[in-house]
Design a binder for this molecule. Structure first.
Ligand SMILES: [Zn+2]
Length: 617
């Protein structure tokens, strides 16, 4: 198929028609951030044939879309981001297509004329150098340092730079793929996956369950697999495999806990790909194959709640999906709540209470940044005309989770769990919006009792800014001891290492976050010398320590911080650290220098964000 496909490229170019001032503009829907007409012509299935070229850093592919045109629309419109379209064939006949002018945020609309009984469109194309979904790594950017690596990150509106598609979470598609990669490399997708490399480098995939476009995913690299049990395992580079498999060996218990709360896992296997360090986020819930940052590999399983989060998305997000990104709290709030319920079962209540408190602190920090009455502190966001990427924060996660926790406390856990199960069963493999979710809540959780619902201030939670006063506070008993040690340290400049010996990551984070700023040179030196914080191998503790170091002008930590920033690409760490450096002129210059040297290792989306943050070129 590949050879045939490449041969036709040369002749097809004459049929192509890029949009010019003479061609009509393709309408863009600012509510969905999409050029697609998915509500009149709906894609249902994708057959994707792709060749991954590491030398050119591009994917040359054919996307065959099966669609339903129930409204007899005269064209199908797709989203495309920096794609070179070579040829379009509709139901066997080559057609003239239109690609609208490129927009940096949203890409272009691809409009393809249809006749009334058309149902298949085939698009030959090549991805571009601006593709926001693709991160191409040179060998030296990987853990093994021998072979290059590619991974995708399509949430929220980046799938259009991998494949021309109706890039909205409101519709779902199944897909099959035939992917050719260089010999000696393994390809993986959010689908049924191989567990070992094959000599030809050709891999077939199928995702037979319908998923939205943002859950299409691909990774290619020197990757190996280790099973944890029959249903779960870890994919990563060979040098990390043993360590990663040990760190994630509790996945079966987590899955058991998740199923006991929300019902059966519906996706078959649950594997985790531990990606290279430049992976831009903590994790991505690609169905059947969570992509995860290697920064969760702390050696003591202390950061694996992130996996509980991604696993929880197998229900909230992947099974029942926000239909529009403005409703992202339905994905992230439910998932954060569910993640904590899993962690409570796996690690106990006092441990989990720390997770709730740290999440609460993250939310308060965003309230402070935005201002308590800012529209982005509402659960249901107003994204009219905004790229969803620019509107996301901790608020849909943490405020959403606290809202659900408040409902649980008021309705009782048994009733709440019954409601959760009914929610996931009733809307499995469908999209969901806030109003429909509230209606279902009214029926199943409040039994139509509007007085009770109003007492719980449900609409204020969803449509109001800030935090309603009926929220259930966190109660982290283990932080009481941390606070008293911190207060004593602030007075005396010393702290007993005996008491700190059993601290988890979370106790450390709470301690470092709450320390008064700036700390004196002697206090910083004392902590660093006694607890080796500048060289901490725990990424969460290291990032929190570096933040305190910048605020305290503790320059001794800067060389280690620079190393950290040059290899770790996780936005969660980069934004606060660069943000903290930006606060003073001197540190601002350091931030510019570190960013200039490190940005090649960051994902394109992260580099754009940090660049904007620093106003850097
Ligand atoms: Zn999430």
């Amino acid at each position: 198929m590949r050879i045939q496909f490449l041969l036709v490229l040369g002749v097809s170019i004459f049929m192509a028609c890029q949009s010019t001032s003479k061609t009509p503009p393709i309408p863009f829907n600012k509510y969905t951030s999409s050029y697609s007409n998915f509500d009149s012509v709906t894609c249902t299935k994708l057959d994707w044939t792709a060749k991954v070229d590491f030398e050119k850093k591009q994917i040359t592919a054919t996307a065959v879309w099966h669609f339903k045109n129930t409204t007899q629309a005269p064209n199908i419109r797709l989203d495309a981001y920096d794609l070179t379209i070579h040829k379009v064939v509709v139901n066997g006949r080559e057609v003239k297509f239109f690609l609208s002018q490129f927009n940096e945020e949203y890409g272009s609309g691809l409009s393809i004329p249809l006749s009334s009984d058309d149902s298949i469109v085939s698009i030959d194309y090549t991805t571009g150098s601006k593709a926001k979904a693709l991160q191409w790594l040179n060998p030296e950017q990987t853990a093994g340092k021998v072979k290059p690596y590619l991974f995708t990150q399509c949430e929220s509106i980046q799938a259009r730079s991998l494949v021309p598609c109706q890039d909205v979470p409101a519709i779902r598609i199944t897909y099959k793929a035939d992917v050719q990669v260089p010999k000696g490399m393994l390809a993986l997708m959010s689908a049924k996956n191989p567990i070992e490399k094959n000599p030809s480098g050709n891999y077939q995939f199928e995702m037979e369950l319908p998923v939205p476009s943002y859950l299409i995913a691909l990774a290619v690299g020197d990757i190996e697999y280790k099973a944890i049990d029959a249903r779960s395992g870890v994919y990563t580079e060979p040098v990390l495999l043993e360590k990663a498999a040990n760190e994630l060996s509790d996945i079966p218990q987590m899955m058991q806990a998740a199923e006991s709360i929300c019902g059966p896992y519906r996706w078959g296997k649950y594997d985790v790909l531990v990606a290279p360090p430049s992976f831009p986020i903590g994790g991505m819930e690609n169905p059947r194959l969570t992509f995860s940052t290697p920064t969760i590999i702390a050696g003591d399983k202390s950061l694996v709640s992130l996996i509980a989060h991604e696993m929880a998305h197998s229900w909230s997000g992947n099974l029942v999906t926000n239909s529009n990104w403005k409703d992202i709290w339905l994905n992230e709030g439910y998932t954060t709540y569910f993640e904590r319920r899993i962690m409570e079962k796996v690690s106990g209540k006092s441990y989990n209470d720390m997770l709730w408190e740290l999440g609460y602190q993250d939310m308060l920090s965003d309230f402070e940044t935005f201002g308590i009455n800012h529209a982005d502190t509402k659960l249901c966001l107003d994204l009219n005309g905004r790229n969803p990427e620019n509107a996301f924060s901790n608020i849909p996660y943490e405020k959403g989770a606290i809202f659900l926790k408040t409902l649980e406390e008021n309705c009782g856990r048994t009733k709440f769990d019954k409601y959760l199960n009914e929610y996931f069963n009733s809307y499995a493999f469908q999209s969901m919006n806030t109003e429909l979710a509230l209606k279902f809540m009214d029926q199943k959780l409040f039994d139509g009792d509007t007085l009770f619902r109003n007492k719980l201030k449900v609409r204020e939670w969803i449509y109001g800014p800030g935090l309603p006063d009926n929220f259930v506070p966190t109660n982290p008993s283990r932080f009481i001891a941390v606070d008293s040690l911190r207060i004593s340290f602030e007075k005396t400049g010393i702290i007993s290492s005996v008491e700190l010996k059993n601290w988890t990551t979370h106790e450390w984070l709470h301690f470092l976050r709450k320390l008064v700023r700036p700390q004196s040179l002697s206090s910083m030196t004392y902590l660093d010398q006694n607890f080796n914080l500048s060289k901490s191998q725990n990424s969460e503790i290291a990032a929190e320590w570096f933040k305190l170091s910048i605020a305290s002008n503790y320059a001794i930590a800067y060389p280690e911080m620079e190393k950290f920033l040059s290899k770790v690409g996780r936005k969660k760490f980069l934004e606060p650290l660069y943000g903290e450096m930006k606060k003073s002129k001197e540190n601002s210059e350091m931030a510019q220098r570190i960013f200039a040297a490190s940005k090649k290792n960051y994902h394109p989306l992260t580099a754009i964000k940090i660049s904007k943050l620093l106003n850097a070129k």
